[in-house]
Design a protein around this ligand. Sequence first.
Ligand SMILES: [Zn+2]
Length: 120
Amino acid sequence: MSEIIKCEKCGSEMKHYKKDSTAGMICESCGWGWVTTQFDEIYADETIYSVSFSKELAENKKALSLISHNTPNNFLTAKKLIENNEIILTGKASTIIDFLKDCKESNIEYKIEPAFPHEV
Ligand SMILES: [Zn+2]
């Protein structure tokens, strides 16, 4: 199924490459090439993660404030969710990463299922 793409500069066969967060075509003879996709693993991750907090955080104003800013919950419902050990936020890695970063910055420990494979 793979069609041969010739290098515009020297006519050699172009090769696909994938490196770090970019992918594209490269000519191994002369080095000419281009980037076809630029992606982040986090955007390719289709897993739905669930974030929750331990009960002690029900009185933590920072945690409540973060939740009320990042979810449809207000302070009161956020507090109830934590007290009842309920899921605070669910979503793909790309949609919850900012929330996780905020938590980390505020030293708020969260629980996430399944294990989060990306750097926060
Ligand atoms: Zn070439």
